[in-house]
Design a protein. Structure first.
Length: 284
């Protein structure tokens, strides 16, 4: 008798209905970095094919990097649901999906960081509570979702007055101690979402008719270090011109080249070309 009762209890236990299905938010693809925004595509779906209204509530007041160095306010984070940008407020629900107007098919949404400027390289995350209301039963279910943006290092340099010219005039052609400088100083503009270092590479510098030197003559205020004293350019050498911290948004460095006679000799007449290469890389 006891054995039969136990079997019946077990059968009753396994007949209890399972919990309601949940709305699922997942990633579609990787983080995309654009000049004015950082974006990541999301797919919103339900695991039972039902129709739901979906709202999300930020559980943190900012999107933060994993190293704790960068905090992006919620006012710069949006969810675009194909119809509009949804603005988010800390600890308040915002509707991102309305099945009665958007249909019951899975929807691709876009999470955006916007109007923040250059986002430094790193991984950023924020936790949300996801609240789904069934249109059929009005039952409400909740889950959590961790939104992440993985921003890879991105660097770019642009040149203005790219080709510096040094003209030896009658005033300094026969002066062995005269220093001739470039007529126009190259301007190097830097965009970088990581700490950066700008170097001059002279692997293909070629033969020189004199001693060539380089230094910086000016830089924007966010350039932390720059080459102030003149340094001799030698074939095969690399010279660090400037350094800066992330983010660099169109920071600039102005470079001066100069030429002096070599080994006490006059600089011979002629047109000479020497090639250098600017290298922008992640700094230490």
């Amino acid at each position: 008798m006891k054995r039969t009762l136990l079997t019946m209890l077990i059968l009753v236990f396994f007949c209890i209905p399972t919990s309601a299905s949940m709305v699922i938010i997942d990633y579609q693809g990787d983080t995309s970095v654009y000049p004015q925004s950082v974006e990541r595509s999301l797919i919103v779906n339900s695991d039972d094919g039902g129709t739901y209204n979906v709202a999300i509530r930020p559980l943190e007041d900012a999107l933060r990097s994993t190293d704790g160095k960068v905090s992006i306010p919620l006012e710069n984070l949006y969810i675009n649901n194909t119809r509009e940008d949804v603005y988010l407020k800390y600890n308040e629900f915002s509707n991102i999906y309305d099945s009665s107007t958007m249909g019951s098919m899975p929807v691709i949404m876009t999470a955006k960081i916007r109007d923040f400027g250059v986002v430094p390289a790193g991984t950023y995350s924020i936790n949300f509570e996801v609240q789904a209301t069934s249109l059929e039963t009005q039952q409400i279910t909740s889950s959590t979702f961790n939104l992440q943006f993985v921003v890879n290092s991105s660097q770019e340099i642009n040149l203005y007055n790219e080709v510096p010219k040094i003209v030896i005039s009658a005033d300094n052609a026969f002066n062995k101690t005269q220093k001739a400088i470039n007529e126009t100083s190259p301007m190097i503009y830097i965009n970088s979402n990581s700490d950066w270092e700008l170097a001059l590479n002279a692997d293909n510098f070629g033969d020189s008719v004199g001693n060539y030197y380089i230094r910086t003559v000016s830089a924007s205020s966010n350039v932390g270090e720059r080459l102030i004293e003149r340094v001799l350019i030698q074939p095969g050498n690399e010279i660090v011109i400037a350094k800066g911290k992330a983010p660099a948004n169109n920071e600039f460095v102005s470079v001066e080249y100069s030429l002096e006679s070599k080994d006490g000799k006059f600089i011979p007449a002629g047109n000479y070309e020497n090639r250098v290469k600017y290298i922008l890389r992640e700094g230490n």
